[in-house]
Ligand binder design. Structure first.
Ligand code: G6Q
Length: 568
């Protein structure tokens, strides 16, 4: 990926005009005063006591998601000021610009059109003279054909046997989305096809993945937007070597490898048959790509119709985000509350806690989505920010978290806003498991908000010396998201909800949420250093620490360098 010369950077019109600094906007100043004079003294217990309907009035429902945000350190006044700030930051204009296909990823000079990936067939969106919806639908059609063939057993491996294992080779945005979606939709998955995800370039990852796989019945999908990412390409070559060694013929590759990339030529050079290569476009960011051909493994797992339902859920949330008033707009509410905590309460992190075994990979997925998008400190105008940007998103399956890190959420010294996510209906149930699961979710948000006073602890007969240890101050904020049932459609709504919450935050912070120069740096550094580990004769010109580490590695691998391997 190359950067554009500064003079070529085209800012969309509304970004062009030098924006009034965020902290000088009247809504920001009003929020600051509101925080200092009132909000930092808010007690949730009291807010609920003075407004008996708070639990209902501070809740919105959209596209099947019931969002209860009443357990936040916020009042109607807070929300009003936050929405004013959104308006003063031209949030709606920015949303419209994204959906229209303006080049809002201005450091890479690209439109940001993951929303076009889920537009219904038959609609149109013309960008640079091309109807991108038609292009998307064409690839979706090819994917569906391929997925159906693999699922039905018509796609035969080199020795004539049907595919029973699919290995997705990819990293970052080419791994986390598909892996999360596969786990989330396991219930809908085809059980006789095993799905595997290979991202780590550690040789152990490949070996542990292929150890028990029958090469004759294994399909590798190499997912890489650029087809140049070292980890993915190295793994793809290693997987090809394994396959050829197992099947004893180079010609086997075309029956056992598919590619997903914007760099079709490079995939072909690798040996992937263009018939088995599925394209996408540079206007799809890696972390926003699970609805593109990067979702091929998802489609094979759950089938084309379920994949379309996933896209439908995303599209419905896209439309909600684009059209709903900020006060009723789920992603805007979620995003603005994130601003409230990060910038006024100085909260450094945001926990995401799904009460669903199927959503166990959701926090990892959101971690990339949020932090790679908004973990930046330069505004679109090229100036350093003077406010906090992305919090650290983290989390785990909520019920497991209760037995580990929730201690800190309840009694630690930091404020950690939490997002609870749960479903009314279970997909799998034996006895009263689901009631128990959801009772935990509801009870945890209640305990975080209202705590337990010293008087209550004493009433339980606690010895005086233990009372301070058993007191819970409460007043710890959370959102609760309640959905009917986990389906491909509802997963789509949830993913798009977070995508747009992240967009909202980036719009307020006035940063480019769609570039990733930090990731690009890592890719370049790894290439340079890797060549020094392979070729021990290369001089080391790093700092003394890095030089010493590399020398130590080389000493332990005297026989392992490239030259030694070549000599052998
Ligand atoms: C995502 C990032 C990054 C990217 C990976 C893989 O937004 O750009 O996580 O997805 O580095 O890149 P390739 O798909 O090009 O291999």
């Amino acid at each position: 990926m190359t950067s554009l010369p500064a003079s070529d950077i085209q800012l969309p019109l509304f970004l062009h005009a030098r924006r009034e600094p965020l902290t000088e906007k009247s809504a920001w100043i009003a929020l600051d005063e509101h925080y200092r004079n009132r909000a930092r003294h808010f007690r949730l217990e009291r807010l609920f006591a003075i407004d008996g309907k708070r639990g209902e009035s501070m809740a919105v429902e959209g596209v099947g998601i019931y969002l209860d945000y009443s357990k936040n350190l916020a009042t109607a006044e807070t929300m009003k000021l936050l929405m004013q700030l959104a308006r003063q930051c031209s949030l709606q204009e920015r949303i419209d610009a994204m959906f229209r296909g303006d080049r809002i990823n201005h450091t890479e000079g690209r439109p940001v059109l993951h929303t076009a990936l889920r537009k219904p067939a038959g609609t149109r969106l013309v960008v640079d003279g091309q109807d991108v919806v038609a292009q998307v639908q064409e690839v979706l059609g090819r994917m569906a054909h391929f997925a159906d063939q693999v699922r039905s057993g018509q796609w035969l491996g080199y020795t004539g046997r049907p595919i029973r294992h699919v290995v997705n080779i990819g990293i970052g945005g080419s791994d986390l989305g598909p892996m999360m979606a596969y786990e989330a939709l396991r219930h809908y998955g085809k059980r006789d096809i095993g799905m595997h995800f290979l991202s780590d370039v550690d040789g152990a990852a490949l070996q542990e993945t292929v150890r028990a796989l029958p090469a004759e019945q294994t399909l590798f999908i190499v997912c890489s937007k650029t087809f140049t990412t070292l980890e993915t390409i190295t793994n793809a070559h290693a997987a090809r070597d394994w396959l050829v060694a197992q099947l004893g013929d180079e010609r086997a590759v075309s029956r056992h490898f598919a590619g997903v990339t914007t760099n079709i030529r490079e995939a072909e050079r690798f040996g992937i048959d263009p018939e088995n290569t599925f394209g996408f476009w540079d206007w799809v960011g890696g972390r926003y790509s699970m609805a593109s051909a990067i979702g091929l493994s998802t489609m094979i797992a759950v089938g084309p119709e379920n994949f379309r339902q996933l896209l439908r859920g995303m599209h419905d949330m896209d439309e909600h985000f684009r059209t709903a008033a900020p006060e009723k707009n789920l992603p805007v509410i979620l995003g603005m509350l994130a601003i409230w905590y990060a910038n006024f309460f100085d909260a450094a992190t945001q926990a995401v806690l799904p009460y669903s075994q199927y959503l166990k990979r959701m926090p990892a997925y959101l971690q990339q989505l949020a932090m790679e998008s908004n973990g930046k400190h330069i505004t679109v105008n090229g100036e350093a920010v003077n406010y906090r940007t992305s919090p650290v998103y983290w989390g785990d399956n909520g019920i497991n978290g209760q037995h580990s890190f929730y201690q800190m959420l309840h009694q630690g010294t930091q404020l950690v806003p939490c997002d609870f996510i749960g479903f009314c209906k279970p997909l799998e149930q034996s006895g009263d498991q689901h009631e128990l699961l959801m009772a935990n979710m509801f009870a945890q948000s209640e305990a975080l908000a209202f705590g337990k006073s010293a008087a209550q602890v004493r009433d339980e007969g606690t010895a005086e010396a233990l009372v301070p240890h058993r007191v819970f101050d409460g007043n710890r904020p959370s959102n609760s998201m309640l959905l009917d049932k986990l389906t491909p459609y509802s997963l789509g709504t949830l993913v798009a909800l977070y995508e747009h919450s992240v967009f909202t935050q980036g719009a307020i912070w006035n940063i480019d949420s769609f570039d990733q120069w930090g990731v690009e740096l890592g890719k370049a550094l790894a290439k340079r250093t890797a060549s020094q580990l392979l070729d021990h004769s290369q001089p080391l010109r790093h700092d003394s620490s890095t030089n010493a580490l590399i020398r130590r590695f080389r000493n332990y691998n005297r026989n392992g360098g490239l030259q030694a391997r070549k000599a052998a």
